[in-house]
Ligand binder design. Structure first.
Ligand SMILES: Cc1ncc(COP(=O)(O)O)c(C=O)c1O
Length: 405
């Protein structure tokens, strides 16, 4: 049977895919900019951005051009050989950030796994093998490997999989006193998302991040920032840590780094990186030339004043429309986030309806996300047009009317 005559649809999902997802009832087949079409030809405005991944929209011409050019040049070498796109991308990430060394992987979880292993390894080599405690936060999300679900602050993702990596402590986010109560000289790292994403679009406060930096310095612990969701321009700066003027020791990025092509990176300093030697960590695909070429183009396009400065204006259009919706239907208690990572928290009595709103939105032709407990999340393209925002919000308003009107 050829690809062309093999009919697949949403029902096929239930027959062939591990049931760990509950995807929408429609199957997208094509995307262009911030519009997507499904198998029936119905068109959607995409405010979900593949969960903060397609930061330049679908099939951005510069990314398509790079994909084609690199696809005809060199796809893969493994790490037995280095390659030009990886070396260029690493150099550009270093130039744009606090970092001096880069490790490439393929997903956010893998970049975080590398970050947590590095924090433990560095502390063991430079300080003491007993310096292993990791402090992390309730509602945090860092990925789905056993180490990353364990550092994540949501037991529903980590329970049931057997013994967890030990010496990980969770405290409330944005609560510096709680961190002070548990940090000691056996702490190797504090791990946080500067803007909690999956947990409900919750930005860290300035005092919190600054306080964490000071505590880390006092206890020779590393400050690890997971910018898998908040990075690559999403907050209006290349990385969200720049808003706080506090530098991490280790930073992870994924999602928008490849604009839709799987690639991730862990960034750190020369001093911390120097604890590692050949063989202490690795991955076959990490730093693959095809992935790195695309990420280099994504970085070149995103890390420009045009794109970064456009984020705030687009946020304002979203917030304006959300406030209008709120005046009409009285849905939200708070609209928060930074840049184009926007969370609108539903009133308590409407929280159980978050997924209904998502389905009603799809019926009206707009793709949105949820996060945390009853938060409607928007993570659209950073270059979405005003017209797409207004049209998508009109469709979302129609969905709210259908559900709550
Ligand atoms: C902050 C954060 N860290 C890590 C991850 C995991 O990334 P991936 O799904 O690419 O492994 C996510 C994914 O949602 C995330 O939002």
């Amino acid at each position: 049977m050829t690809k062309e005559n093999m009919a697949v649809n949403r029902e096929t999902f239930d027959q062939v895919i591990l049931p760990v997802y509950a995807p929408a009832q429609f199957v997208p087949v094509k995307g262009q900019g911030s519009r997507v079409w499904d198998q029936q030809g119905k068109e959607y405005v995409d405010f979900s951005g593949g969960i903060a991944v397609t930061a330049l929209g679908h099939c951005h011409p510069a990314l398509v051009e790079t994909l084609k050019a690199q696809g005809e040049t060199l796809w893969h070498t493994s790490n037995v050989f280095t390659n030009e796109p990886a070396l260029r991308l690493a150099s550009k990430l270093i130039k744009a950030t606090f970092a001096e060394r880069v490790f490439f992987a393929n997903s956010g979880a893998e970049a975080n796994e590398a970050a947590f292993k590095l924090a433990r390894y560095y502390s063991s080599v430079r300080h003491s093998p007993y310096k292993t405690k990791i402090i992390a936060f309730h509602h945090a999300f860092h990925g789905r490997t056993l180490f990353t679900v364990s550092v994540g602050g949501q037991p529903k993702y980590s329970d049931g999989f057997g013994p967890k990596p030990a010496d990980i402590v969770h405290v409330p986010f944005n609560d510096l006193d709680a961190v002070k109560a548990v940090i000691d000289d056996h702490t190797c790292a504090i791990v946080l998302e500067p803007i909690q994403g999956e947990g409900g679009i919750m930005p860290a406060t300035q005092e919190f991040i600054q306080g964490l930096r000071e505590l880390c310095d006092q206890h020779h612990a590393l400050l690890v920032m997971d910018e898998v969701q908040s990075g690559m321009g999403r907050s209006g700066k290349l990385f969200a840590y720049e808003h706080y003027e506090v530098k991490p020791d280790i930073l992870t990025t994924a999602k928008a780094l490849g604009g839709g092509f799987p690639v991730s990176a862990m960034l750190t300093t020369h001093e911390i990186a120097s604890a590692m030697t050949p063989g202490t960590h690795g991955t076959t695909y990490g730093g693959n030339p095809l992935a790195c070429a695309i990420a280099e183009t994504a970085l070149d396009v995103i890390n420009t004043p045009e794109v970064l400065q456009g984020v705030e204006q687009r946020r304002q259009w979203f917030v304006e429309e959300l406030e209008k919706m709120n005046q009409r239907f009285s849905l939200f208690t708070e609209i928060r986030g930074k840049g184009l990572l926007i969370g609108a928290e539903l009133k308590d009595e409407l929280k159980p309806k978050a997924r209904d709103l998502l389905h009603a939105a799809a019926d009206q032709g707009v793709m949105i996300l949820t996060a945390g407990n009853g938060v409607i999340r928007f993570a659209p393209s950073l270059v979405i047009t005003e017209q797409d925002i207004r049209e998508g919000m009109a469709r979302l308003t129609a969905a709210a009317e259908a559900l709550f009107g």
